[in-house]
Design a protein around this ligand. Sequence first.
Ligand code: ASP
Ligand code: MG
Length: 477
Amino acid sequence: MLEPRDWTMKLVMKFGGVGVADGKSLKRAGGIVSKFRTDGHELVIVTSAMYNVTNSLLDAATRAGKGQREHVKRFVEDVRKRHVDSAQIAIDNEEVLDRVVRTIESKCDDLKNILLGIAHIGELTPRSKDLVIGYGERFSAPILQGVLEDLGIESQSLTGGEAGIVTDDHFGGAEPLMNVTTLEVRQVMDPLLEKGIVPVVSGFIASTQDGTHTTLGRGGSDFTASIIGAAIRADEVWVWKDVDGLMTANPKIAHDARMIDRISFSEAMELAHFGAQVIHPKALESAARFQLPFRVKSFGKLDGDGTLIVKEATVKDGDVVKAITNIDDVDLITVSGASMVGTPRLAARVLEILTDEDVDVLLISQSSSEENITLAIPKNDGSRAQNALELSLLGSKQVREVSIEAGLSIVAVVGAGMKGTPGVAARVFATMAAHNINIRAIAQGSSELNISFIIKKQDAAEAIKALHNDFKLGECA
Ligand code: ASP
Ligand code: MG
C-alpha cells in the first residue's frame, strides 16, 4: 500500500475510442495512468466500451428480439474472443491475466443467457436493451484494471452503479439523481482514494435506486466522467482523444487549422451541436453546472496541454470567431402554407411531430412573412421526417406543402466574442458572396455564440477554408 501523500491534482481520466481500441492501446492507456500517477496526481479512471462494441451489442440485442438464436451464439463467441485477445496483448502477468480472462468468460456466459432469454421471448424491451448494451463497459473496465495491476498499480474496477451513480428509469438515456449520486459516489470513492487505490469505473452504465440497470445514452461515458468529477470535486476531467484538442476547423479541410488552448463550455457546446462533437454535450452541460474544467488531451502526444474547457470564455481583442465547424449531409425540410401567418402553434406542432419521430432538428429558421418554416435535419432522417409531417399536417389546411431538399451542409461560425460585435454576419456573408456560394437558410442562436447557415454540400470545404482565412484563425494569437 502507498504511504499517504500530498497529491498534486485530483483528476478523472476518461479513456474511450482510440484509448480502448485494442490490446495495444489498452496497454498505452495503462502507461498514461502510470505516468500521471507517478507525477503525483490522484486519479479516478472512467472507460468506455472497446471500439464499436456497443454498436454490435445493440445489433445483437435487436436480432435476439427477433428470435435469431444462432446469431446470438456466434456473436457472443466473437465478443469473447475479441476481449480475451486484447487482454492477452495488454496484460503480461499470468495470474492477473488468468483472473481477467475468467471475468470475461463469466460475463460472456451471462450475456449469452440474457440474449438467449430475449430470443426465447422474442421481445426486446427498453429495460433489457439497456442491460445488454452496457456489457461493453462491463468487459473493458476489468481489462483496464488488469492492465494497471500488471503495471504494479493497486486498482479496483467498478460498474457505474457500483461507483454510486443512481439514475431514474428512463431507459436508453437515464438521468442521474445528482443528490444521492454525489453522496454515494463520494462514499465509494473516498475510501479507495485514501488507500491509494485507483478506481476504474465503467462509463455509460448506471442503475436505479432499486438496482435496475440503466444507461446514460449513447456516448454517455463522458457524462460518467463528469458526474464522478463533480461528486469527488476533481480539479479537472481529462478526456483522452485521437486529436490534439479542439481545433479552429477540421484540419483535413483547413490545413492551417490550429488547436484552441482555451474555450468556454457554451462555445464547446455550440461546436458539439454543429458536428465537432469531441465531448458529449451532456457531459459539458453538467461540467458547466458544477464548474468542473474539462481538458481534451491527445492520446498520441502526452506532453501537449490539450484544450481546456472552462466556465468563462476568454475573448482577446479582435478574436471574435473561435472556430468554424460543419455538418455534412443534411436535408432541408420546408413546411409552407399561405395560412400559417400568426399561427404560432404550427411551429410547435412541427417540432412535436419531429420529436415523436426521434428526429434531431439541427437548425430552424422561419421567414418573417411566416409563410414557411425551414428545418435542417440529418440526411438519414429526411424521408421519415417528411412522411411524418405530411401525414399529420397536410390535412390541416394550414399547410400547403412539405418539401425536402437533399445534399446540403450546415456551416457554423462559433465564438463568444461575436456577442455584441456588429458586422460578424456581414463579414461571413460577404465572404460567401466573394466565393459565389449561395446560402439557402440562415440562423443565429440568440446567445450570439454562433451564426449558422446552409449551403450545398459541395461548397462546404471552400466555405470553411475561406472563412478560416478571412477570420485569420490559422494565425497564432
Ligand atoms: N459505449 C457507449 C457508446 O458507444 C458509451 C461511450 O462510448 O461513451 O455509446
Ligand atoms: Mg464517446
